[in-house]
Design a protein around this ligand. Structure first.
Ligand code: ADQ
Length: 750
C-alpha cells in the first residue's frame, strides 16, 4: 500500500497543480470579461441618459430628474443613477443610493474641469459597485453637470465563486478517477500476477507441478516460473546423483556416523524431506534475566538430545511448540527459522499455544495424566475432561501445521512422544498417503494400568494410525501389543510384531535410543581440560572421589533416593568423609505442576539436612547445582566424574547414562545404573542398582568407589563399544530403514 501511495501521490500532485493553475487562469479571464461587460453597459446607459440630463439641467427640472433616477429603483439588481449640477452637488439620485450623497468624491471636480468621463470600482456600504460618470455639456461645450450610473458588481464575484466550486468538484472527480484507474491497473499488472505466482510457488514447493497450477506463458511471470523450474530440475538431478552415491557409500561404511545417516536419508528419502514433530523445541529463545537480552538455549530434554543430530544430518523441518518468551522475535512470516543459529542445518517451525492450551495439553493431560500413567512410580495420574478436550485441540493444531508442510510425493512424518497420540490419525484423515512413525520415549505400562485411562480407545486408535511405533525396549513393545490385544478390537500378529485393525497394519519395534557416539576427548580438547580445572578449583575437588548426577528435576529420576543413598554410604563408610563428593546438576522442569514444585522443595530440604549432618570445615558431601546447563557446560562434569549415578525409579531409556559413557575417553569411570531404566538392558557392565533399596544403593556406591582400575577400564571399554556402535545415528537409521521398507511391502501387495 505504501509503495502504491508513492507511485500515485506524485501523479495526483501534478494533476492537482496543473488543474489549479488552469482554474486560476480561467477565473481571471472570466472576471476580466464580466468587468468589461459591466463597464460597456454602464457607458452605454450613461450616454443614453446624457440628452435627458442636459434637458433636465438646462431647465432645472427636478421632477423629470427624479422620474429619470427612480426608473432605476425598480430594477432587480442593485443599480442606480445620479444627476449632478455643475458644482458637483447631487441634483437627483435613485432612492436605493441615497447614502451615496455623503460619500467623499474628490474626483468630481476633476471630471468637471477636464470634461472627461470616469469609471471606477467603489465601495458602497458592504457592496462593491462600479460607477461611471460622464460630464453633461451644452451646445457651446459649457459644463451643465454630470450624470452617473452605479452598478452592483457582486454578481461578478458570485459568478467567480460558482466557477471555483465547479472547478473544485471537477478536480475531486478527476483525482478519484485517477486513483481508481491506478488501483485497477496496479491490481491487473502487479497484484494478480504476484498472487498467481505465489500460489504457483506454493504448489510447486509441495511438488504439485500439474498443468492446473501452471503459470507458463510468454509474459514475464511465465519466464520467471520457467527459470525456477529449471533450477528445481537441476536440484532434482543433483539429489538423484547424491542419492545414488550415498547408496554406494552406505554399502561400504560400517560404523554409524552423521555422514552415514545423511547418506541413508538421501538414499531412502530421495526428494522428500523429513518432518519431525515434538512438543519441546530444540532451540529456544529466551530473555536473559541478567542482561535483559534474548539468548538461544538448548532445553534439557532427552528427545531434543536425540533428535537434533539426526535433523542436522538430514535437513528437513522440525515442528515444535514455540515456548521461549523471545521465540516470536526470531521467526519469519511463516513462523520458521533456520537452526542451529549461525549454522542453519534444518528448519524449525514454531507452533504457538495460548497459556490455556499449554496448561491443558502439556501440564495437564500429558504430564499429569499420561506421564505418571506410563511410569511405575506410584504417582497417581490425574485425568480431567477439560484437559483432554484441550489436548485434542492442540493435536489438531499441530496436525494442521504438519499438513501445510507435506510434500505431494512421499510425505514422511516422524512424531515424538506421548504429547501427540492423536496426531497420526488427524494427518491420515487428510493425507492417507503419509508414512508416519511414532517414537514413544517413555515406558509403556501393562494393559491393566493403561485401562485406567478414560480415553484409552481414542489414544490407541490414534496411535494405530501410524505405520510404525517404536519403543526403547522389547518389554515396552510387548506391553503395547498386549494392551492393543486386550483393550481394542484388533488382531495382534505376534510373529510380525504388528497390530491389524480395520485392514490397517501398524508395526511395533524396539529402537533403543542413544547419543551421538564419542564426545570430545579431554586430552585433545584444551578448552575442556581448562573447564575441568576451573570446576575442580571452584568446588575444591582436587584429590577427592567425585560422583555426578545430571537430571531434569522429575520424580521418576529417583533424586531423593540418590541423596539418601549418598547419606547412607557416608554413614556406613565414615572413612570417605572429606574424600567423597556428590555433585548433582539439576534442571528445574514442569514447575507449574504442584508435584514437581513440592519435589523441588523436598530435595532442597534433604540436601540441606544431609550437608548439615556431615559438614566438616568446608567439605559438604552434596553439591547441588540447581539450574539449566548447556551441553558444553555439562561435558567437563562428566569428564571429571569418577562415578555417574543414574537412579531412575522408571525410565524409558535414560540418555545421561550413555552421555557419561560417551564422555569417558580415559575409561576411568563407573556407571551406577538403576535396573528400571531402558539403558540397563544394554549397559550390562554398569553397576546395577535398585533405587528403592537405599541399603543396596549405598553398597553400590561403595563398590564403585573401590572398584579396581583394571575392572573399571574393562567395564567402561565394553560400554563405550556398545554406545559407539548403537549410537543415535543408528537409532534413526533403523527407524527410517524400517519405515521406508514398510512402504515397499505395501507397494508389492497392492
Ligand atoms: P528425559 O527424561 O528428558 O526424556 P533423559 O534420557 O534423562 O531424558 O535425558 C535428559 C537430557 O537432558 C540429557 O541429554 C541431559 O544431558 C540433559 N540434562 C539433564 N540435566 C540437565 C541440566 N541440569 N541442564 C541441562 N541439561 C540437562 C525422555 C525419557 C527418557 C529417554 C529420553 C530419550 O524420559 O527415558 O531416554 O526421553 O528418549
Amino acid at each position: 500500500m505504501k509503495r502504491l501511495l508513492l507511485f500515485i501521490l506524485p501523479i495526483l500532485i501534478i494533476v492537482a497543480v496543473v488543474f489549479t493553475i488552469s482554474g486560476i487562469m480561467q477565473a481571471r479571464f472570466t472576471e476580466d470579461r464580466l468587468m468589461e461587460d459591466l463597464q460597456r453597459k454602464a457607458r452605454t446607459v450613461d450616454e443614453s441618459l446624457e440628452v435627458s440630463a442636459r434637458y433636465i439641467l438646462i431647465n432645472n427640472d427636478l421632477r423629470s430628474a427624479n422620474r429619470l433616477v427612480e426608473g432605476f429603483q425598480k430594477r432587480e439588481r442593485l443599480q442606480g443613477c445620479a444627476i449632478y449640477d455643475k458644482e458637483g452637488n447631487i441634483f437627483a439620485i435613485t432612492q436605493k443610493f441615497s447614502g451615496w450623497k455623503d460619500k467623499d468624491k474628490p474626483y468630481l471636480k476633476d471630471i468637471l474641469a477636464k470634461k472627461a468621463p470616469r469609471g471606477s470600482l467603489e465601495n458602497f456600504n458592504e457592496y462593491s459597485v462600479y460607477s461611471y460618470i460622464i460630464p453633461v455639456t451644452d451646445d457651446e461645450n459649457n459644463v451643465l453637470g454630470m450624470v452617473e450610473v452605479i452598478y452592483d458588481t457582486s454578481y461578478v464575484f458570485t459568478t467567480l465563486a460558482i466557477l471555483w466550486k465547479k472547478l473544485s468538484v471537477s478536480l475531486i472527480i478527476l483525482l478519484v478517477l485517477i486513483i481508481l484507474t491506478m488501483l485497477l491497473i496496479q491490481r491487473q499488472i502487479f497484484t494478480l500476477p504476484i498472487l498467481r505466482l505465489t500460489e504457483w510457488f506454493q504448489h510447486f514447493q509441495r511438488g504439485e507441478t500439474e498443468q492446473v497450477y501452471s503459470v507458463k506463458g510468454k509474459d514475464e511471470l511465465g519466464k520467471l516460473a520457467s527459470e525456477v523450474e529449471q533450477v528445481a530440475l537441476s536440484l532434482r538431478v543433483a539429489r538423484k546423483v547424491v542419492s545414488e552415491k550415498a547408496t554406494e557409500r552406505m554399502q561400504k561404511d560400517e560404523l554409524w556416523t552423521e555422514a552415514r545417516l545423511r547418506d541413508l536419508i538421501n538414499a531412502r528419502l530421495g526428494e522428500s524431506a523429513l518432518i519431525v514433530v515434538s512438543n519441546r523445541e530444540p532451540y529456544m529463545h529466551v530473555i536473559d534475566d541478567i542482561t535483559g537480552q534474548p539468548k538461544c538455549i538448548r532445553p534439557a530434554s532427552g528427545v531434543v538430545t536425540a533428535i537434533d543430530p539426526i535433523m542436522r544430518s538430514s535437513g528437513g523441518t522440525w515442528i515444535a511448540h514455540g515456548s521461549g518468551n523471545a521465540d516470536r522475535k526470531f521467526v519469519n512470516s511463516k513462523d520458521k527459522l533456520g537452526v542451529p543459529p549461525g549454522d542453519n542445518r534444518y528448519i524449525l517451525k514454531r507452533v504457538w499455544l495460548s497459556k490455556e492450551e499449554e496448561e491443558g495439553y502439556y501440564y495437564g493431560f500429558a504430564n499429569e495424566g499420561l506421564w505418571p500413567l506410563c511410569h511405575m512410580t506410584h504417582t497417581r495420574p490425574v485425568f480431567r475432561e477439560s484437559d483432554w478436550q484441550i489436548y485434542k485441540k492442540v493435536n489438531q493444531k499441530f496436525a494442521d501445521s504438519v499438513l501445510a508442510e507435506l510434500p505431494v510425493k512421499n510425505p514422511l512424518v516422524f512424531i515424538q512422544d506421548y504429547h501427540f497420540t492423536l496426531l497420526a490419525k488427524m494427518i491420515k484423515d487428510k493425507r492417507p498417503d503419509t508414512r508416519i512413525a511414532l517414537f514413544w520415549h517413555i515406558p509403556w505400562p501393562n494393559p491393566e494400568v493403561f485401562s485406567t485411562c478414560p480415553y484409552q480407545d481414542q489414544i490407541l486408535e490414534g496411535m494405530l494410525s501410524c505405520d510404525l511405533i517404536g519403543f526403547h525396549v522389547q518389554g515396552h513393545c510387548n506391553n503395547f501389543l498386549e494392551t492393543a490385544n486386550k483393550l481394542l478390537e484388533s488382531r495382534v500378529d505376534t510373529e510380525k510384531f504388528s497390530v491389524v485393525r480395520f485392514g490397517k497394519e501398524t508395526f511395533v519395534r524396539p529402537f533403543p535410543i542413544s547419543v551421538n557416539g564419542y564426545f570430545d576427548q579431554s586430552g585433545q580438547n584444551p578448552d575442556l581440560a581448562k573447564e575441568m580445572d576451573k570446576i575442580k578449583k571452584e568446588y575444591e575437588l582436587e584429590g577427592k572421589i567425585v560422583a555426578i548426577g545430571v537430571d531434569r528435576i522429575d520424580y521418576t529420576k529417583g533424586l531423593l533416593e540418590r541423596m539418601l543413598a549418598v547419606d547412607r554410604f557416608i554413614g556406613k563408610n565414615p572413612q570417605y568423609k572429606n574424600k567423597f563428593v556428590f555433585i548433582q546438576l539439576a534442571a528445574p522442569s514442569r514447575t507449574h505442576i504442584k508435584h514437581y514444585h513440592d519435589l523441588m522443595n523436598d530435595i532442597d530440604e534433604l540436601v540441606e539436612k544431609k550437608n548439615w549432618k556431615y559438614s566438616e570445615g568446608d567439605w559438604r558431601p552434596i553439591i547441588y547445582l540447581k539450574r539449566h546447563f548447556s551441553p558444553e557446560e555439562i561435558r567437563p562434569y562428566y569428564a571429571l566424574a569418577d562415578i555417574c549415578i543414574v537412579s531412575s525409579l522408571h525410565d524409558g531409556m535414560n540418555l545421561v547414562a550413555k552421555e557419561y559413557v560417551a564422555s569417558k575417553a580415559d575409561f576411568n569411570g563407573v556407571l551406577i545404573l538403576s535396573r528400571f531404566t531402558g539403558a540397563a538392558r544394554e549397559l550390562t557392565d554398569s553397576v546395577p542398582v535398585n533405587p528403592y533399596s537405599i541399603e543396596e544403593f549405598a553398597d553400590a556406591i561403595k563398590l564403585s568407589v573401590e572398584m579396581p582400575p583394571e575392572e573399571r577400564k574393562k567395564r567402561m571399554e565394553n560400554m563405550r563399544r556398545i554406545v559407539s556402535e548403537n549410537n543415535v545415528y543408528r537409532w534413526a537409521g533403523d527407524i527410517i530403514t524400517e519405515l521406508t521398507a514398510l512402504k515397499r511391502v505395501k507397494a508389492i501387495k497392492t
